[in-house]
Ligand binder design. Sequence first.
Ligand SMILES: Cc1cc2nc3c(=O)[nH]c(=O)nc-3n(C[C@H](O)[C@H](O)[C@H](O)COP(=O)(O)OP(=O)(O)OC[C@H]3O[C@@H](n4cnc5c(N)ncnc54)[C@H](O)[C@@H]3O)c2cc1C
Length: 486
Amino acid sequence: MGDSGLKALESQVARDLQRIAYPKSDWVPPRYDTSGGRVLDALIVGGGQGGLAIGHGLLRNRVTNIRIVDRAERGLEGPWMTYARMATLRSPKEVNGPDLDIPSLTFQAWFEAQHGAAAWLALNKIAKEDWVAYLLWLRDTLKLPVENRVEFQRVDPEGEYLRATLVHLADGRVETVRTRKLVLATGIEASGRWWTPPVVETLDRRFWAHTGEAIDFPALVGRRVAVLGAGASAFDNAATALEAGAAEVAVYCRRPDLQRVQPFKWLSFPGFLNHFADLDDRWRWRFMNHLLSLREAFPKETWQRAAGHPNFRLETGAVWQRCEAVGDVVRLHTPRGRFEADFLIVGTGFDVDLPRRPEMAGIAAHAALWGDRYAPPAGEENERLARYPYLGSTYEFLEKSPDTAPWLRHVRLFTFATTVSFGPSGASVNAMKFAVPRLVSGIVRDLFHEDIDGHWQSLQAYDLPEFLLPGEEGAAAPAKPVIGLF
Ligand SMILES: Cc1cc2nc3c(=O)[nH]c(=O)nc-3n(C[C@H](O)[C@H](O)[C@H](O)COP(=O)(O)OP(=O)(O)OC[C@H]3O[C@@H](n4cnc5c(N)ncnc54)[C@H](O)[C@@H]3O)c2cc1C
């Protein structure tokens, strides 16, 4: 199997895409800026699973004048090979996404092509290294135009287009790109920041790190590690510290009990994933306020990986009220008394807060937030959720105040910050096959509608006869060329 299996699969993919290629022609009229440069139809920032799936969706809709940029090196896109410290994805192996429902493009097809059906049946969950290798295979097989080591810095309006500023990290070259549409598929925390409670933030940095950061685990050998938070990343990091040889690892959580119910499993049905976004504000807020306050459970494997160590401890009802550095030790003051640790790992997730992102500089001041658009009834207030962007029906930003930044509708967001408006959508494998087609359809709709005058004229001028009459041979114009895999 191995490479030959993959080769056979790639031929299958080519046949499958060819069979569903209708209609085959590019249809978006080329646009040029004032200096004669070709304007992109869409620029996608982020070459992770989200950006790749959106690129795939656009190419399937014959929107081919696109670029996908990522500041990471090839293979280091996303969290998987950087700060993700679990062995496998947490999602069930059957969850498909970037394939957009083409069976030969699924992770299962990729895995079976190399290892066989029996190995697939035996597989519990997807190893993160395999997920990355699969995403790179998908990107190469679909010839998605990804450029690595290119950083998006900001976007500004310029006439009817957007002017995006990119920096090529290899040589520092600054490039200005004009594009009609922009998609920010920049990662789970990329609409805000990794959040650290103030009690920790004031401590010297030698005492702590966040789970979203690089951590020197070998330096934790023989030390007492305290982890704050009881989500999947907190436990993944606790287990990594234990495996690295920490003397003891204690996980502290604010709640009296571990959250072991995964509410996001409940909502994994097409009705919710496809049409949550079509509900009114009251229902969308009510559901997401409940779900995002419940927090997520983590898989059994994650618990067993940490709890299986004799020097692991769980401290519930033990929020850190005060952290005090005394020499090389940190004293943790909690409602359950005082504890000590040599190093702290903060597993408290991220906070959505657009102004904190430098690349959102041109956007944050004008973008509508839920706090601008919806006043929840008494008892449902949630200051954290109020900072989530209030997005349009296909992930586009909306103006905080009318006519202050109409260009925002050309910018779409696909990070976790889309969750209050759409339910699970950006930064999730589970919801991708429902979320990406909606976003892509919005871009395709807008490109078509914005060119409607041109399409009308093109229709008026369309006179290609279906057949020639005797004496007309050689008169008609040739048919339009078919381009690439799509
Ligand atoms: C530790 C961890 C485990 C997870 N496990 C699961 C799971 O099992 N199942 C699940 O459904 N979800 C999971 N998720 C959630 C989600 O699926 C992942 O976060 C996933 O990586 C999101 O994909 P993405 O393409 O949206 O973002 P990413 O994969 O993070 O890709 C975003 C890319 O954007 C690039 N980028 C960011 N800013 C810029 C910029 N300004 N210029 C250029 N490039 C930029 C980054 O370099 C990155 O490569 C997990 C998340 C984390 C953090």
